[in-house]
Design a protein around this ligand. Structure first.
Ligand SMILES: *Cc1c(COP(=O)(O)O)cnc(C)c1O
Length: 434
């Protein structure tokens, strides 16, 4: 198709950016490497929309990679932030807002009895790992192929989307001695986990996973998988950790653990709980969390942690989500979207499988079901790249990688969903003969 949107200014800014920052970005996947073409440079966001600096408008299905679940720049969130900013941006001292957000998180998330705030999901996962080792006195951890837990050394093994997108199986700079303690298993494969436990008796501190995967594309746990992990970890004196940085407050108010009724020992959070400002958190049983400094010996600290702006955006966002009918609405809109995408692919003879859980969705251009990352990689990545560019030209902003989940928000109405499905229909029609 001939270009409808003009990207002159985006192209100018991005080529300047490439001389200033590695790859021109502050986080790798934003560079559009896996879909080809150049990234668009954003000017502003509001509700379900994003505008680039050339003035093109997009319906946005990334939502800043998760935080924008109430829609971008929700007026209640921005008003609360404006009021908070008058009192200062950072205290470096206790503030009432921390108690408030902590109470909200503890009330909502079944496993969390105590919580520590940090500044990102990466930081939360890094800290939780230290705590897992300290509590059990064991060094090894089991993670799953394709799950992303931030970029700490120990987790950069088979770490899903960002790394997979760049074709780096691992990262240079990560010492072998560090990742020697990271054991991996295919997602949804309890037998492989059992085997690791029997090969490493009394050495495994715990199992960490995304309870619904969003960093290897969108992959759901098969019935019994989470329950099985709960049993295996308990039997072996290990901890079960749900990384709910993406799923927390997105697939239900209490996260995946509430949705599936499986309670881990520890949980990491991020994205939504910061309402668009940098926040992460880890929490769990009092007995374990009491080991964190200064109440216990496990050191972890942060200059800007718990700062009043981030706490304010988080509190407001959770208040909005807590209202009656929120998750029903998110589920209805997202189901309608993914059903429409699948139908329009099929009508155009494009092989597809996909689904959603509440406001998180995804699809692969291959036969399903996809149960793990190696099955995800049978996805037709080249066709996805073409689809991505076609959709961009039709004003739809999808994650620039086939191995990322998509996100809807409370601001996405039926009208945006209908427009999006129409754009999919036209795009599939235009790429089907490649
Ligand atoms: C995004 C993400 C992280 C990392 O969070 P950052 O805030 O980007 O550091 C960790 N785990 C999961 C499951 C994520 O989706």
């Amino acid at each position: 198709m001939t270009d409808i949107f003009n990207y002159t200014q985006s192209e100018e800014v991005f080529s300047a950016a490439q001389k200033l920052m590695p790859g021109g970005v502050s986080s790798p996947v934003r560079a559009f490497k896996s879909v080809g073409g150049k990234p668009v440079v954003f000017d502003r966001v509001k509700g379900p929309f994003a505008w680039d600096i050339d003035g093109n408008r997009y319906i946005d299905y990334i939502g800043s990679w998760g935080p924008a679940i109430c829609g971008h720049a929700h007026p209640e969130v921005t008003t609360a932030l404006q009021e908070a900013i008058e009192k200062g941006t950072s205290f470096g001292a206790p503030c009432v807002l921390e108690n408030k957000l902590a109470e909200m998180v503890i009330d909502a998330v079944p496993s969390v009895e105590m919580v520590r705030f940090v500044n990102s999901g990466t930081e939360a996962c890094m800290a939780v790992l230290r705590l897992m080792r300290a509590f059990t006195g064991r060094d090894k951890v089991i993670k799953f192929d394709g799950c992303y837990h931030g970029h700490a050394d120990m987790f950069l093994v088979k770490a899903g989307s960002g790394v997979a997108t760049l074709g780096l199986p691992d990262s240079p700079g990560v010492p072998r001695s560090t990742t020697a303690n990271t054991l991996t298993a295919p997602y949804n494969d309890l037998e492989a986990v059992k085997k690791l436990f029997s090969e490493n008796p009394d050495a495994i501190s715990g199992v960490i996973l995304e309870p619904i995967v969003g960093n290897a594309g969108f992959i759901t746990p098969e019935p019994g998988f989470l329950e099985g992990l709960r049993e295996l970890t308990t039997e072996n004196g290990s901890l079960l950790v749900f990384d709910e940085v993406m799923t927390g407050f997105r697939i239900s108010y209490g996260g995946a653990q509430e949705k599936f009724g499986v309670t881990p020992d520890l949980t990491t959070l991020g994205k939504v709980i910061g309402g668009g400002l940098p926040v992460g958190a880890y929490g769990g049983k009092k007995e374990i969390m009491s080991m964190v400094a200064p109440s216990g010996p496990v050191y972890q600290a942060g200059t800007l942690s718990g700062n009043p702006l981030a706490m304010t955006a988080g509190i407001k966002t959770l208040e909005l989500l807590k209202q009656e009918g929120t998750y029903e609405k998110l589920d209805a809109i997202t189901s309608k979207l993914i059903e429409g995408i699948i139908l329009s692919a099929e009508n155009n003879g494009v092989v597809i499988n996909g689904g959603n859980v509440s406001a998180m969705f995804g699809f692969f251009l291959c036969e399903g079901p996809v149960r793990n990352f190696s099955e995800a990689k049978t996805n037709n990545a080249e066709l996805f790249g073409k689809l991505h560019r076609e959709m961009l030209q039709r004003g739809i902003y999808l994650a620039p990688s086939p191995y990322e989940a998509g996100f809807t928000s409370l601001a996405h109405s039926e009208e945006e969903i209908d427009k999006t499905i129409e754009a999919f229909d036209q795009s599939f029609n235009s790429i089907k003969n490649y």
